[in-house]
Design a binder for this molecule. Structure first.
Ligand SMILES: [Mg+2]
Length: 277
């Protein structure tokens, strides 16, 4: 009887520690803690003042860029505009990530994301509304370009999301939603034909230039390094440790399936640089 009680207690502790993923227990290749490889990244997004400070830093830089452009006057007679991504740049999906962790999932979940988007629980990133309204008050137009795919409702969901949060220029002239492709270049070019683009805002390199859309990790880093002078200048980048095209470089796709092979790939990515024992 006492033996059974002890066994029950041990099993209960294991279930708590591993969140039901008991297949991981006993292997030396798998993460410890609660067994969820996303936990640290999501905990940082949810709690770190540093995470929020990086948004203020980005929008402070962007505001300074706009002020300088306004002071210098229109170049080539074109009006000023700012190009921006939506998710994880202006909008933070913190409730989605919290729900994902609570449900025990350890990779991005498209079905959960699609149903969550329709709840309109995105919140503005710190400093976003102040920056966008500063632009609007000074006659600088905002062009929103996003990749999303929630089927035929995609566009309306994205537009409504901007409207509900009171974002300026939330209309069909200023919002481009790319469903079939993540290539933002055509949309960027069409804005640049009519406007002097002060800066681009994004959380993924692809938000700035399609040339960064490569799968090799080192090539991707090298391409960014070649353009290092542009960051904090024409390109204002925001932090995203949970998803984006850096994930594509690790797994070969942006939304890899949740399986042990991919969990191992994540572990190998974490050991890309390491001391010799
Ligand atoms: Mg984004």
């Amino acid at each position: 009887m006492l033996k059974n009680v002890k066994l029950f207690i041990v099993c209960s502790i294991c279930a708590l520690l591993f969140g039901g993923k008991t297949a991981w227990a006993g292997t030396d290749q798998l993460p410890k803690a609660d067994g969820n490889i996303l936990t640290i990244a999501v905990a940082w997004k949810q709690t770190a003042a540093e995470y929020r400070a990086l948004y203020h830093q980005g929008f402070n830089l962007a505001t300074q860029k706009v002020k300088d452009a306004l002071r210098n006057g229109k170049s080539g007679g074109k009006p000023l505009a700012v190009l921006t991504d939506l998710d994880d740049t202006l909008l933070l999906p913190l409730n989605y990530w919290g729900a994902l962790i609570e449900s025990g999932k350890d990779f991005f979940d498209d079905a959960l994301w699609d149903s969550w988007i329709a709840k309109y629980e995105m919140i503005p990133s710190p400093g976003a509304l102040e920056f966008l309204n500063y632009c609007k008050d000074n006659g600088v137009e905002i062009y929103y370009v996003t990749n999303r795919d929630q089927g035929e409702d995609t566009y309306n969901l994205a537009l409504e999301s901007l409207k509900r949060l009171g974002f300026p220029y939330a209309d069909e002239d200023h919002l481009t939603v790319l469903i079939e492709t993540s290539n933002k270049e055509d949309a960027q070019k069409s804005v640049a034909e009519k406007f002097d683009v002060v800066c681009c805002l994004g959380d993924s390199l692809n938000d700035f230039k399609r040339a960064y859309y490569v799968k090799d990790i080192d090539e991707r880093i090298a391409l960014m390094e070649n353009d290092k002078a542009l960051f904090g200048d024409k390109f204002i980048i925001f932090p995203n440790p949970t998803d984006g095209h850096w994930i594509r470089a690790v797994f070969g796709e942006s939304e890899p399936p949740a399986n042990d092979e991919n969990r191992q790939k994540f572990k190998e990515a974490a050991m890309k640089n390491k001391s010799k024992p």
